[in-house]
Design a protein around this ligand. Structure first.
Ligand code: ADP
Length: 361
């Protein structure tokens, strides 16, 4: 008995040629958009859609546009099979007939891998925010204690004034108003601190908009101020008012600045206090991006360490997790920027990143 013959090709034309293409492939006549030939892979992927026999009907079913031969591939989702394809178009001629040749590359695995990496990254980001906040809790308790103690002082003073008025002396409304206004200012400060922290820990979809680097840096400095004071560390924030705004998610970039600044502070724990100098600077680089640099006077990095710096779980700290820089890098790359390291002249490290300018994204 002879071997079963391959199913005859359903349409005449350059079918056998298409069979050699390792992707789903079909040719449509330019004159009327009818299917002229298709390989088996194409039929397996699309023949369940009755629209596959006409070019425009198929594109409509896939929510795709008819794009030209030199246009980038379009990614479409097939509702009947749940798979993702990248559609490429080419031009060909067969027997005097002008054809549009469609190649559909199955990219489902790449899309699924991207999706799961994205949700993993979101989880990591959230965990790291929670950890940073956990570490900051002691600092914040201290930070909130100060306005609360001040509020108590002003209120005690006010009560004393009222108490005196109950006796013989007249209460001075100006004095009372001054003390109560001062108490209210302190309470507003405390509630602003809490509001910022709440905003900081909320994991959410990235939202990019016009942002000012110096405002984001100020938020981060506020969170690290006490730690810096404790270490007698000098911080110079050199961000000129002329630095153009960036197109960024504020909370994410604050997270990056916080990680880089915390690392810089930690790197300087062991150096003499007089050398502990942290500098944050910004400029527009030659590629017309905004570049922010966090420079420290710590011990710097060996070349072996530099090679592994951005790999997840690389850490030289006993209590380190080694995910901070990896997260920073994915945040910056999400923003189409670049995270980089370079040694600082005179000793120490510089960690920097670039961000697109607002309006030039
Ligand atoms: P972690 O701080 O938990 O170790 P990171 O990903 O933030 O995780 O940093 C990874 C490693 O990179 C650190 O353990 C340290 O060895 C090195 N590193 C990061 N920032 C600096 C810096 N400013 N100076 C020296 N080494 C640094």
């Amino acid at each position: 008995m002879s071997a079963p013959r391959a199913k005859p090709h359903p349409v005449a034309g350059p079918g056998p040629l298409l069979e050699a293409v390792p992707f789903a492939c079909a040719a449509y006549a330019d004159k009327d958009g009818a299917l002229v030939a298709a390989n088996q892979r194409f039929l397996d992927a699309f023949s369940a859609l009755p629209e596959h026999v006409r070019r425009d009907a198929l594109l409509a079913a896939l929510h795709a546009d008819a794009v030209g031969a030199d246009a980038p591939p379009q990614e479409v989702h097939t509702p009947h099979s749940g798979r993702w394809y990248a559609l490429h178009w080419g031009k060909a001629e067969h027997d005097g007939q002008a054809l549009s040749v469609l190649t559909a590359v199955d990219i489902s695995e790449r899309i699924e891998a991207l999706d799961s990496r994205k949700s993993q990254q979101e989880k990591l980001l959230f965990t790291s925010r929670m950890m940073s906040v956990g570490e900051m809790a002691a600092t914040l308790a201290h930070e909130l204690n100060q306005p609360l103690a001040a509020i108590m002082n002003y209120l005690n003073g006010s009560l004393r004034l009222v108490g005196q008025a109950g006796g013989s002396a007249q209460v001075s409304p100006a004095k009372l108003e001054h003390a109560l206004t001062a108490a209210r200012t302190q309470a507003e400060h405390a509630s602003a601190v809490i509001a910022r922290v709440r905003e900081f820990v909320r994991a959410r979809e990235p939202k990019r908009s016009e942002q000012d680097v110096s405002v984001m840096a100020a938020t981060v400095m506020e969170l690290l101020r006490l730690e810096a004071e404790r270490l007698q560390l000098r911080i110079d924030v050199l961000l000129a008012p002329s630095l153009p705004p960036v197109y960024a998610d504020r909370v994410m970039i604050e997270q990056v600045l916080l990680n880089l600044t915390k690392n810089a502070i930690e790197a300087m724990r062991e150096v003499p206090a007089a050398q502990r100098e942290l500098r944050i600077e910004g400029r527009v680089n030659l590629d017309d991006e905004v570049e922010v640099r966090v420079a420290d006077r710590g011990a710097g990095l060996t070349s072996a360490q530099q090679g592994q710096l951005f790999s997840p779980f690389f850490t030289t700290k006993n209590d380190g997790l080694g995910i901070g820089l990896a997260i920073c890098r994915s945040i910056i790359e999400y923003h189409k920027g670049r995270l980089f390291f370079e040694p600082r002249e005179g000793g120490g490290s510089i960690f920097g990143f670039t961000l697109p300018r607002f309006g030039e994204r």
